[in-house]
Design a binder for this molecule. Structure first.
Ligand SMILES: N[C@@H](CCC(=O)N[C@@H](CS)C(=O)NCC(=O)O)C(=O)O
Length: 214
């Protein structure tokens, strides 16, 4: 396993990299943050594009390994730092369920959110990775409703970071309904010290970004 001393996190506030920041705080490891001014073009420099050709955040560089895509980064970090216990072992039968929900968030929920915001409804639901909105929503309410208290059971895992951040985002922006099932799960996330730490560290950057927008 590579050392945690050589971990650089490319971040911008507010953005999806907040999910990775929360994950890093859950791991409790040392890392360097490079805060990018995306509006100022910091994502489009040749050096950054060599790491992330889309010029987006998040990206991490861990030793010689570069990882982009928020869910992939969280999955990588959980395996790279197993002592934090955020990923089931490779031979644990629950690993299938674990990977399923890690991928479900970016590949199934996020496209549904985008279609919903754009008010796009496909004529043929087989074209959608998420089937259709009502089916997806019922599925999310079912899986989050069964969390006891976390999505894979008693133990908090990376699935709660990735799915939790997505569900939180969906509720915050009114894409998901204000359902008590979602609200109770988000309240459990908000109570986590690691989540609060990430929020506190990002708060001044958030305030500066908001001031710049007004
Ligand atoms: N699929 C990527 C999406 C990353 C993404 O869209 N990042 C946005 C912030 S939320 C970004 O960097 N936007 C700046 C830009 O496009 O210039 C992931 O999940 O990490």
């Amino acid at each position: 396993m590579a050392s945690d001393r050589n971990l650089t996190f490319y971040h911008a506030v507010p953005s999806r990299s907040g999910t990775v920041h929360w994950m890093l705080q859950e791991l409790g490891i040392a890392f360097d943050t490079k805060l990018l001014d995306l509006q100022g073009g910091a994502g489009q420099t040749p050096d950054y594009l060599a790491l992330n050709p889309l010029g987006k955040v998040p990206t991490i560089v861990h030793g010689d390994t570069v990882v982009t895509e928020a869910a992939a980064i969280c999955c990588y970090l959980a395996d790279a730092f197993p002592e934090a216990g955020l990923a089931p072992a490779l031979d644990d039968p629950i690993r299938g369920e674990y990977l399923r929900w890690l991928f479900f968030s970016p590949s199934t929920i996020e496209p549904a959110f985008i279609d919903r915001v754009r008010q796009y409804v496909a004529q043929d639901s087989s074209q959608n990775s998420y089937r259709d909105w009502d089916t997806l929503l019922a599925m999310l309410l079912d899986v989050v409703g069964k969390a006891e208290p976390w999505l894979l059971g008693q133990k908090f895992t990376t699935v709660d970071v990735v799915m939790g951040a997505t569900i939180r985002f969906g509720c915050m922006f009114g894409i998901l309904p204000k359902d008590p099932v979602f609200e109770a799960y988000i309240a459990r996330i908000d109570a986590r010290p690691a989540y609060q730490r990430a929020q506190e560290i990002d708060a001044p950057h958030f305030a500066a970004a908001m001031a710049g927008r007004s």
